[in-house]
Ligand binder design. Sequence first.
Ligand SMILES: [Zn+2]
Length: 242
Amino acid sequence: MVAAPDEIDLETIAWRLGRLRIEEGGLEFAEGRIVVPSTKGGTIRVKAGLSVGRRRFTIAHELGHFVLHPRQGLERSDTTGNFTIWKNATEESEANIFAAELLMPPFLFTPRCLGPTPSLALLDSLARDFGTSLLATAFQYVTLTNEQVALVVSHGKTVKWFHRSKDFWPWIRMGEVHQHSAAGERLAGIAGDTARMVCTPAYAWLADFEADQEHDVMEDSRYLDWYDRTLTLLWLKDDLEE
Ligand SMILES: [Zn+2]
């Protein structure tokens, strides 16, 4: 019955799913917590003072645990780091992807991905429209768009994981963030966040391009202090095979 993102009413969904109440505050180290003592119901607790997007994503993530990982006496807490896990075979990854699907269902999200030029500013506006986090929006965008884009998440100087759209064919180089990338320049203190798509040598991000001096990729990188991660959106604007 949902026709717009703001009709995805998490309070109602939580109640209908398992008589779960949503409460705020009382968490010292965690951002989210779910406690379901019995089939009569339970509580999802979120840290006080979160932004709308963070709050909704946290609730949706806890709902993911409730639906995908049911246990008698379910009780688990999520710290910030759990929301950065998307690409491995863990329950955290499953709960994050569940939350992205719940808040950004393809029938509402995909039409908004088609057309505009890829950038983190576009993802900011999608995150606002859907009331969710930027990282989750970036993941869902790369999953559903027709553009040749990839999301790269790094921690300090280390590339942690990447996620490619269906047409983004090169592999991302793992290991250290390259000093010639915009993210690398930021780490070196030479530059700040890019705040737009900028041209970066392909070899700075792509595996098997070490000897290639000709091609460029477009890069938009931003440091997210909430997670202590750098988020990079790559875009193959030009054909790399020419
Ligand atoms: Zn979790």
